[in-house]
Ligand binder design. Structure first.
Ligand code: MG
Length: 200
């Protein structure tokens, strides 16, 4: 039993290493070394895009959130969708035309890895793929935000779970998150934090 588990973990790690070598992160704007790294999911985290015919609903304060975050963090988007869709979302939402923030890099579905989690297959977003290419950043200065905690299964310590956005105008998650990110921004080492208590 113990041996099987080790083999599965080795296999998962091998897949992540393989992916780190084959997948090239798309850098849109040069990263600033003095800033930390914020990796954001898109769907149900920043917006609600239910169908191609319906208008996209932005999570309240989305642009303001990105603006505030960019003071202390380089911003990356990682979505389990095609690069074409991510690029078009960035354009449509005018995230590429903001004076007050920049999207530094983008990661798409091709970097999502299928791992074995105790016999169950799961698609996850291993940050090692990002860290292997952006070598200045590590678990010490990176935070990942996603509505699906399984996405940070390979780096649980670095993940912050945000409530799923379902399009409600009364949603206040991003302004809350903004305050949390500001609070921890001067922290030298994120690995001493427990993001599961972020709302308190
Ligand atoms: Mg999501």
């Amino acid at each position: 039993m113990g041996k099987v588990r080790v083999k599965i973990e080795d296999e998962n790690r091998r897949k992540v290493i393989q992916k780190s070598k084959s997948y090239k992160i798309k850098i849109r704007e040069p990263l600033e070394k003095k800033k930390k790294l914020l990796v954001l999911d898109i769907d149900r985290t920043l917006l609600f895009d239910s169908s191609p015919s319906a208008p996209i609903k932005l999570r309240p304060e989305m642009h303001k959130f990105l603006e505030k975050a960019s003071l202390d963090y380089n911003i990356g988007l990682w979505s389990d969708s095609k690069m074409r869709r991510i690029t078009s979302l960035i354009k449509r939402l005018r995230m590429d035309h903001q004076k007050s923030y920049k999207i530094n890099f983008v990661v798409c579905e091709r970097a999502v890895v299928n791992i074995d989690n105790g016999g169950e297959q799961m698609r996850v977003k291993p940050l090692d793929i990002v860290w292997s290419q952006l070598r200045q950043w590590s678990p010490k200065n990176t935070i990942m935000v996603d509505d699906l905690p399984k996405n940070f299964l390979m780096n649980p310590q670095t993940g912050l779970r945000i409530k799923r956005f379902d399009g409600k105008r009364s949603d206040r998650e991003l302004s809350k998150l903004s305050r949390y990110l500001k609070k921890i921004a001067s922290q030298k080492d994120f690995t001493v934090l427990n993001h599961s208590n972020w709302e308190n």
